[in-house]
Design a protein around this ligand. Sequence first.
Ligand code: AMP
Length: 188
Amino acid sequence: MVLLGPPGAGKGTQAARISDRLAVPAISTGDIFRANVAEQTELGRRAQRYMDAGEYVPDEVTNAMVRDRLGQSDATGGFLLDGYPRTADQVAELDGMLADAGQRLDAVVEITADTDEVVTRLLRRAAEQGRPDDTEVVIRRRLEVYAEQTAPLADLYAERDLLVQVDGIGEVDEVTDRIMTALEPRLG
Ligand code: AMP
């Protein structure tokens, strides 16, 4: 399955919980990029300037990384993607990867939250975790890029009858329960 939602909607937090409950790995492209930046790998060097500016890392870089990750043995029985796909090109690439592996998506969960709420949460996370892309200017840019390039993907998955929308406002446990309840009929 795929988790969609603006920065600050709680995707990472919920991905970890849903991954536990469903016993499938949570694969976060943002986490993989951050680990590569920290280790100063070639991938990290290519990604960092985009991340620092709140822009998307180019599709060819991101797609190759995800293809590699989904090819690892722990992903054969299913996985939860957090933060991928984020562009129409990535959707097409993911379709290709799934077809090659004989897999299909069960659901795309969109966690919704309004802009004021996500900005407040991201500024709080900035104070707590010091993520370099959590400054107010970069947060605004990340939200703009999300609105332009990623929000439209919800319609695309709705047309495929895969979209489940869940209100991301509320206690963490409450949101997890909403997601699990919404997923139940789809996971069989
Ligand atoms: P996240 O932790 O999901 O908010 O991602 C942090 C940053 O990593 C984003 O602002 C992008 O610069 C980059 N990133 C993560 N996932 C993707 C993706 N699917 N496509 C392009 N860039 C990404």
